[in-house]
Design a protein around this ligand. Sequence first.
Ligand code: ZN
Length: 306
Amino acid sequence: MTRILVSEVGPRDGLQSIKPVMPLEAKKRWIAAEAAAGVQEIEVGSFVPPKLLPQMADTAALVEFAKGIDGLIVVTLVPNAKGAQLAADAGVDAMSIPFSMSETHSIKNVRRDHPAMLEEMRAAAAIAKEHSIHFAVGLSTAFGCTIEGAVSEDQVVRLAEQAAEAGAQEFSLSDTTGYADPAQVRRLTRKVKAAVGDDMLTTLHLHNTRGLGLANVVAGLEEGITTFDASLGGLGGCPFAPGASGNLVTEDLVLMLNSMGYETGIDLEALLKVRRILAEALPDEPLYGFTPDAGPMLDYKARIAA
Ligand code: ZN
């Protein structure tokens, strides 16, 4: 059975894009319950200035909490070298820095053009290396941008090569805006793998903005992708990409992977119960997902066993 890592990014990507601030205790309950359901990696927050994103102000406390959960890989997003230092001080297992393939988006999002971002990445990678922390780069807006429109695939390949040279240990292709389609996922995954090495591009970060999230997962699986980011209840999107809402729904992703015979290590029924924590803590936020509404298939467990 092929092992697939489902990386929960809801506490970061989901919570950063909604107005209400989830109380720390509720975040802790969420993270603990998902880990208990078998989720092995969680992006618990982001080391951004609290003035910019008050929803992420308790990230250091969450890292400390999550590090106490046996076997859980604790990841945080870092926008720059300053964030990387805070992540290292907090003791994360891995950090991920977003690198927007659309230069306009990069300037709007983090006020840095591509050369400035590569410099920042070099500094962040050095901090990660010094603390033996895994350093991943998320190639965001890789499939298209809400400001620039189409993003050249050759540009994505070129920037991935430069990021590898700047210290990236692993890449994800991020569909920040929900523009990706399965043919594009296949093509771009192949091109980037060919440029930076097969084992360097492991992850897809997909949004379900236009309903193509799971189709894009299948395309990624066929190209050898082994990690998929998702958000419980499809919470969130990108606050800087207008109209982009709804991450890939973790519950739907796990149902599909388990049914297809991939080994996720996640107990779907236990995972579905975690939604209650979100519904209670964020009563006004819509939660998405087909599986939570319909329930698993009658013969779901038999399928997994077969
Ligand atoms: Zn995202």
